[in-house]
Design a binder for this molecule. Structure first.
Ligand SMILES: [Zn+2]
Length: 204
């Protein structure tokens, strides 16, 4: 087995047994509005970007032959402010079946979503993953949603959509209608986001 690559970013905010993490893609930029008096938001991409492969981050969940639906466990540790379920319902229209539960099932794709006061880090959300062999995602993908920036309901929704997209292996997209835009405004994936995901996994 290939040893996991070493961490590119600190994992101190994460709980659990991750031995190494790396960002699936750049952290979502914080909203442009100043989050606190006299403090400016750090430039976008405060977290190192890994080089993206064509069609996504280069990372993907392992699918069984013939599987036409991506099944992803979700452990949602966020409160009411973060519309994780609403965001997942949007991605579910691209043949993703989310199963919410208190813990990850062994061997299943799983995303753990946490919120926290992570500070004025320059990101409103970030996704970490452990790459395995053949660029597959292994273990649990960790999503952190940052409470330290004041954001509207729509912005929370956009960030949740964005990070769940990364957790599926999708990379940034420059289109304004895509919630994978580095500083997303779209509250849901658009048709091309969904089509890209379906193509990547041959879903549907
Ligand atoms: Zn991002």
């Amino acid at each position: 087995m290939t040893a996991p690559r070493r961490a590119l970013i600190a994992t101190t905010a994460l709980v659990g047994a991750l031995t190494a993490t790396m960002p699936v893609a750049a952290a979502t930029s914080a909203p442009s509005a100043a989050p606190a008096a006299g403090r400016s938001v750090l430039p976008a991409r405060a977290v190192p970007l890994r080089t993206a492969a064509v069609g996504g981050t280069g990372l993907h969940w392992l699918m069984r032959p013939g599987q036409r639906e991506l099944v992803v466990d979700v452990v949602d540790r966020t409160g009411w402010a973060w519309p994780v379920r609403a965001a997942s319902r949007e991605w579910a229209t691209a043949h993703v079946r989310y199963r919410y539960g208190p813990s990850c099932r062994p061997g299943m794709p799983c995303v753990v979503v946490r919120e926290g006061w992570y500070g004025l880090t320059g990101w409103s959300g970030v996704t970490h993953a452990t790459p395995g062999q053949m660029q597959t995602l292994t273990g649990t993908v960790q999503v952190q949603l940052n409470d330290s920036y004041r954001m509207s309901a729509g912005e929370h929704r956009a960030v949740a959509c964005h990070e769940l997209g990364h957790a599926l292996g999708l990379d940034h997209d420059s289109r304004t209608s895509s919630c994978l835009q580095a500083q997303p405004h779209a509250i849901a994936p658009d048709g091309l986001d969904r089509a890209g995901l379906e193509a990547m996994y041959r879903l549907g």
